[in-house]
Design a protein around this ligand. Structure first.
Ligand SMILES: NC(=O)c1ccc[n+]([C@@H]2O[C@H](COP(=O)([O-])OP(=O)(O)OC[C@H]3O[C@@H](n4cnc5c(N)ncnc54)[C@H](O)[C@@H]3O)[C@@H](O)[C@H]2O)c1
Length: 316
């Protein structure tokens, strides 16, 4: 049977780029892009793009059944910053959306469901350096709460019903193709964009705020490698992964080293408390051991690539 892939939340920061990669792997007509917003031109012109609100179980089931879906990348979510502005919506989309996806996968025997989790699953009581995979999970944001509950729900559907549910705790993802969707690490992307536009930037966390990051090509590789690995090799269902750790000043410095006119000030807002509740660095040895995870980009190679790509897009 041909693999038929559904992606939810396809027009967000990760989905837009993942759809293009998946179309190259599975064939354009076998990848169904879905979201609740209008499809960007690059997605709509290249293959199937449908409306799907993941909070509606009937829509989820109909789409999976009609399209004979075998694999799901479930990306639809409300992220940390936006989640704190509307916690009720964050719970609804993140929890009911995942429940609808897993229930449909169970009922219709979808082969695999991949759902990103986040470093937001950790909280202020979690060890901050080289945070291990199995540790204290007591987040203080609604987004983090939905990520912990989502990890457990994935594991429950795996253990009880045999659904091949897998998850990755992404750190802050940096990319140039699509604007980030309201997370706490969006400042990293904003710095590059503003610098290439020739504009100053007021960063919403303090200079010394240090968090783990991953460049988008590595994030896409991680999703695709995790999807490919033989199920028998997996000890865990949820994995820590990271690219590199950097403070806000480190990132501003890397931008300034390449665009010397860049002006960055630091004006923390409500997201500072969220950032401080997350780990500074991540231990991802289980992903490395169980499925060979290895990132390609560090802060310097990412900065070179980001600026080159943004210059091609924005000019400057
Ligand atoms: N970007 C990051 O830095 C980061 C870090 C850690 C984890 N993640 C996780 O990765 C996944 C994708 O994140 P992203 O950065 O692409 O997010 P994003 O906010 O850019 O995109 C999410 C998409 O979900 C869609 N959506 C919202 N409500 C929906 C609904 N009811 N039904 C269907 N679609 C809906 C939005 O329209 C949006 O296009 C999420 O699970 C997120 O928690 C992202």
């Amino acid at each position: 049977m041909t693999d038929r892939v559904l992606v939810t939340g396809s027009y967000g920061q990760i989905g837009t780029e993942l759809i293009l990669r998946l179309r190259g792997i599975y064939g354009t007509s076998n990848v169904i892009a879905t979201d609740i917003t209008p499809a960007p031109e690059i997605i709509e012109s290249g293959g199937p793009a449908r409306y799907l609100d993941v909070t509606d179980p009937r829509q989820v089931t109909a789409l999976v059944v009609e399209n004979k879906i075998t694999h799901i990348f479930h990306l639809a979510a409300i992220l940390s910053g936006n989640g704190e502005l509307n916690p009720q919506k964050c719970w609804d989309v993140n929890m009911n959306g995942l429940y609808n996806i897993l229930e449909t996968a169970r009922t219709w025997k979808v082969k695999q469901v991949i759902t990103p989790s986040s470093i937001a699953a950790f909280g202020p009581d979690t060890p901050k350096e080289h945070t291990p995979i199995d540790t204290i999970l007591r987040p203080t944001t609604m987004y983090g709460i939905t990520k912990v509950a989502g990890e457990l729900l994935n594991e429950y559907y795996n253990q009880k019903y045999g659904v091949d549910a897998r998850s990755l705790r992404f750190p802050g993802i940096v990319s140039h193709e699509t604007e980030p969707g309201g997370g706490t690490t969006d400042y990293a992307v904003d710095m590059y964009v503003k610098a290439v536009e020739g504009a100053p930037y007021a960063c919403f966390v303090t200079e010394n705020t240090t968090l783990p990051f991953l460049y988008m090509p590595d994030a896409l590789d991680a999703l695709l490698e995790l999807a490919e690995v033989e199920e028998s090799r997996l000890i865990h269902r949820t994995f820590n992964i990271t690219g590199f750790s950097a403070s806000a000043a480190d990132i501003a410095g890397a931008v300034k080293a390449r665009i010397p006119d860049f002006q960055c000030t630091f004006e923390p807002d409500f997201r500072q408390i969220i950032a401080e509740s997350w780990p500074r660095s991540i231990d991802d040895r289980d992903a490395r051991e169980e499925w060979g995870w290895k990132p390609s980009f560090d802060l310097n190679t990412m900065s070179d690539d980001m600026i080159a790509k943004l210059r091609g897009k924005i000019g400057g």
